[in-house]
Design a protein around this ligand. Structure first.
Ligand code: 3PG
Length: 394
């Protein structure tokens, strides 16, 4: 992959694709992680004398201008996080963009309005790519988390301009390669979350690559039920039983141990402060539901990562948003953070709720790498080629 080390940017107009698709609550950015992630690339380019032109999408406006999906309200946060003034242009193509870019001097930073206000963005159509490309000399993609989309600003532009990976993109690829493609062994994956049905391809691919997969979250209930266990009133997917059995069988063939829970924290209601207790899954009460791993299963998972050199984590182990059902996620995350700090473990986490779970456990900064990507992280784990990454390799 070509990186900023290979790019000549001094005095050049550099179009930088970032992912500023950040959560906004009451008009304010509630989690600036993705902006923080892109900041080093933005500052490095500005320091190297580039005119830094930021391209980003926000929400899913479907090719139309939608005021509630404008990037204008986040410019202030971007400027604060980057620590430099950041300008804004009300359109990413046409006269408005050209005029704003024409006025830039080297080292300046400009954010262009939501690329998805134009239908050509998601269609990746040639005319729209050409309009974007007219505003730049060099293309830098720093949006790993949007790299599973073959859109004009994530893929098309890389065919038109000299294209490089930004620092955040580089770090994501390096972390995922270390955890998934060339891991130091033994390598263990923790896969949690609610549904097996959304993780089929991922589990099948990881069976080929991991030495063990720990199954947690409500999707573990489907595995337990598929193997004749009792799950009481728990959430599970009866129609995925065959698949769960097939994955365990595949693991046996490839030498990948599938670790299933043996005990659980259960409750009759899923709400904060509800009465909860620990049971062995051989004594599961009919009127209760499984909401977290039990203490013995937590010890098993800790032991599993204790003997591993690499951990890949996607999805919480229990219903961590509602205490006390966050115990397994928090205890295991803290254990992984300790092993990482001691230099014994490379720990990579990401996808969906995982970033929130790591923040909740207070370890987001303590893992080797926590990804800011959702769908792109999952697609990588499924073994798919991400168009926005593939194009940078050519
Ligand atoms: C994300 O938030 O995961 C990325 O920004 C991609 O957004 P999308 O799912 O709307 O393409």
């Amino acid at each position: 992959i070509r990186t900023l080390d290979d790019a000549a940017v001094d005095g050049k107009r550099v179009l930088v694709r970032v992912d500023f698709n950040v959560p906004v609550r009451d008009g304010a950015v509630s989690d600036a992680s993705r902006i923080e992630g892109a900041a080093p690339t933005i500052r490095e380019l500005a320091d190297k004398g580039a005119k830094v032109i930021l391209l980003a999408h926000f929400g899913r406006p479907k090719g139309k201008r939608v005021d509630s999906e404008s990037l204008a309200p986040i410019v202030e946060t971007v400027a604060r996080v980057v620590g430099r003034p950041v300008g804004f242009a009300d359109d990413c193509i046409g006269d408005v963009a050209a005029a704003a870019i024409g006025n830039m001097v080297p080292g300046e930073i400009l954010l262009l309005e939501n690329t998805r206000f134009h239908p050509g963005e998601e269609k990746n159509d040639t005319a729209f790519v050409a309009e974007l490309a007219a505003n730049g000399d060099v293309f830098v993609n720093d949006a790993f988390s949007a790299a599973h989309r073959a859109h004009a600003s994530t893929e098309g532009l890389a065919h038109k301009l000299p294209a490089y990976a930004g620092r955040a993109m580089e770090a994501e690829i390096e972390a995922l390669t270390k955890a998934c493609e060339q891991p130091e062994r033994p390598v263990v994956a923790i896969v949690g979350g609610a549904k097996v049905s959304t993780k089929i391809a991922l589990l099948e691919n990881l069976c080929e690559k991991m030495d063990a997969i720990v199954i947690g979250g409500a999707m573990a209930n489907t595995f337990v039920a598929a193997h004749g266990g009792d799950v009481g009133k728990s959430l599970y997917e009866p129609d995925q039983a065959d698949l769960a059995r097939r994955i365990v069988a595949r693991g046996e063939e490839t030498g990948c141990t599938i670790v299933l829970p043996k005990d659980a924290t259960v409750a009759r209601e899923f709400k904060e402060g509800a009465e909860s207790w620990d049971v062995g899954l051989d004594a599961m009460p009919d009127d209760a539901m499984i909401l977290d791993l039990g203490p013995h299963s937590i010890d098993t998972v800790k032991a599993e990562i204790g003997t591993a050199k690499t951990l890949l984590w996607n999805g919480p182990l229990g219903a961590f948003e509602v205490p006390p059902f966050d115990r397994a996620t928090v205890e295991v995350a803290r254990h992984a953070a300790e092993l990482t700090a001691a230099g014994k473990l490379t720990s990579v986490a990401g996808g969906g709720d995982t970033l929130a779970a790591m923040h909740h456990a207070g370890v987001a900064e303590k893992m080797t790498y926590v990804s800011m990507a959702g769908g792109a992280f999952l697609e990588w784990l499924e073994g798919k080629s991400l168009p926005g990454v593939a194009v940078l390799k050519k």
